[in-house]
Design a protein around this ligand. Structure first.
Ligand SMILES: Cc1cc2nc3c(=O)[nH]c(=O)nc-3n(C[C@H](O)[C@H](O)[C@H](O)COP(=O)(O)O)c2cc1C
Length: 189
């Protein structure tokens, strides 16, 4: 399996980092792009560098490098995940505004009818955010909001993060045991 991964400038860059760690452990090939805004949030929220996250990926591209293979539909992948996905990037995808490598790669995923998974993080949501998400959902985009559940009784922030990353893997059809499923909890209740 081969996936394009983007990390954009929303709060919750830890979701992108954890996703990369899990995909690496599963030996899934990753092609990574990190936006300029995300780079700043990685420094602020994780006290880390963009490069330290890039080490978790198999291939890395700059957000303005138009020679990146992921800008072309002829470069085959099994899909793309943007985690977290800012409202700006979401708006760009919803409106076909492919002005950087992340937006273009998402545009390619849409035109090639490949799986596109967005992990938006914003609250509260305005009508423009909601309209853009509805438009994307109509196009087959899978919206996995960064909204952890609590029915599995998480005991740490890591458990909350793994719940969201687990839901991303679920929609991609990748097996994992990052969180306890409701059927299993239900049995012991
Ligand atoms: C500390 C910080 C946190 C932010 N959090 C969010 C957020 O949670 N969601 C969001 O949509 N934008 C957020 N933004 C705004 C985006 O970073 C901004 O719109 C940026 O242009 C997004 O660019 P990108 O999508 O190319 O990464 C945040 C900005 C900063 C500085």
């Amino acid at each position: 399996m081969k996936l394009t991964i983007a990390i954009t400038g929303a709060s919750g860059v830890i979701y992108g980092k954890r996703l990369l760690e899990v995909l690496r452990n599963k030996k899934i090939e990753t092609h990574l792009v990190i936006s300029q805004a995300a780079e700043k949030i990685i420094a602020h929220e994780l006290g880390a560098t963009k490069e330290s996250l890039e080490k978790l990926a198999n291939h890395v591209y700059e957000v303005d490098d138009w020679s990146s293979p992921i800008v072309s539909g002829s470069f085959k992948t099994d899909g793309m995940v943007i985690a977290p996905c800012s409202m700006k990037t979401l708006a760009g995808i919803a409106n076909g505004f492919a002005e950087n490598v992340i937006l273009r790669a998402a545009d390619v995923a849409l035109k090639e009818k490949r799986k596109l998974v967005l992990v938006p993080r914003e609250t509260p949501l305005n009508i423009i955010h909601l309209r853009n998400m509805l438009e994307l959902a109509k196009q087959g985009v899978i919206i996995v909001p960064a909204m952890p559940a609590y029915y599995h009784k998480p005991k740490s922030i890591e458990a909350l993060i793994d719940f969201v990353v687990g839901r991303i893997l679920d929609v991609l059809g990748i097996e994992h045991n990052l969180y306890q499923r409701w059927q299993d909890i239900h049995k012991i209740c």
